[in-house]
Design a protein around this ligand. Sequence first.
Ligand code: GRF
Length: 200
Amino acid sequence: MVLVSGSGTNLQALLDAAADEGYGARIVAVGADRDGIEGLARAERAGVPTFVERVPDHPSREEWDRALAARIAEHKPDLVVCAGFMKILGAPTLTSFPVLNTHPALLPSFPGAHGVRDALTYGVRITGCTVMLADAGVDTGPIIAQEAVRVFDGDDEHTLHERIKTVERGLLVDTVGRMAREGWTVTGRTVRLGRTAGLG
Ligand code: GRF
């Protein structure tokens, strides 16, 4: 299942890939932390069940964490994919499901909500995107895959983010498909995809 907070173009890429049975993964549900976003509309158009769990509707962040984990559990997912989900997940979700996250920078550089802006402000000439397992930190989980994207003269946050997102969608689709078809193992901070994972 996929969690979103925004436009959901990464979600759309996953929905499109999953339309082919050979992809190996099915999107069983889409959850969000806010109403009225294009990500939810994309799921509805694809006939995928949706739910919204808003932090302000709960007395505390801990209550929200528990409620979100319960909503996710209803769909019995093998994997939870955060695709532009702008909340840090709490222990109830992180201890119950493997969670994948995607970030528009080459971690460990420029974590957090403004990775594209921060990379641009710093003046790097190469940035990119990272797909990783989520943990309790901000973009600190074990890295699964990364791809580089060049910064062009004259780029602003929007043009650079759009160019990163084109690459990010491909990387996310590729990684989720491989995880579904081939499995994965985690040893410390090392994630290996494939059935022969760990054999060299
Ligand atoms: C992606 O770049 C994601 O990494 C970042 O926000 C963007 C989400 O885009 N956190 P979309 O909602 O999938 O179009």
